[in-house]
Ligand binder design. Structure first.
Ligand SMILES: [Zn+2]
Length: 204
């Protein structure tokens, strides 16, 4: 890890992985995490590593053009992270988990989920006013991640979009200016999704 920002980025990713593991959001080797290093590269989890037990050796730097900056194999879902960093220079960290709530709800939703009336929408930059619904995009899953990234990327330009999206039957992506904001947003969104799942259980 030769980039001067890499040690701090690694600490943030390792802590985020543990936090998500404690919450049951990264079962098996699911999920991936990254932090921007500079305008041209990010540090990202390697493929197939358990996110609850990450060390620096489980991370690697990748250019925003997809070129690896050293030995190792980056997460299969690296193109989804890179699309976000290329789209917006203000994005400093991207987190992805496979929670139960995100998986179940995404399988029942259409192209978007409507979220309204939750105080925690504030953390996602949206209004908690029940009359101001926020729309969380839902994309069909695709094992061709580059094709999936190409489908998602143009939709991220829409104004007022929440800083996250669901992939059907798969999980959730959330981003922020740095890992602290990305994780706060992920926790807020996961809380809201857990509430939505609870509401669904009570009405069925
Ligand atoms: Zn995934």
């Amino acid at each position: 890890m030769t980039h001067p920002g890499a040690p701090a980025a690694a600490r943030a990713i390792i802590a985020a992985g543990r936090r998500c593991d404690r919450n049951g959001w990264v079962p098996g080797t699911a999920g991936n995490f990254s932090v921007r290093l500079d305008d041209a590269s990010c540090l990202i989890t390697q493929s197939g590593r358990h996110k609850g037990f990450l060390t620096e050796a489980d991370l690697m730097a990748v250019g925003l053009d997809g070129s690896p900056r050293g030995p190792g194999r980056p997460s299969n879902e690296t193109p989804l992270h890179l699309a976000l960093y290329r789209r917006d220079r203000a994005i400093g960290a991207v987190v992805h988990g496979h929670s139960r709530a995100a998986t179940v709800l995404s399988m029942r939703a259409g192209d978007a989920m409507t979220l309204a009336g939750y105080e925690l929408l504030k953390v996602l930059g949206a209004s908690p006013d029940p009359d101001c619904a926020a729309s969380l995009a839902v994309f069909d899953n695709d094992q061709d991640i580059s094709r999936l990234a190409a489908r998602i990327d143009p939709t991220l330009a829409a104004p007022a979009a929440l800083p996250g999206y669901l992939i059907r039957g798969h999980g959730v992506y959330v981003w922020g200016s740095g890992m602290d904001q990305a994780m706060a947003r992920l926790e807020a969104l996961e809380f809201i999704l857990a509430c939505e799942l609870e509401k669904l259980r009570r009405t069925e």
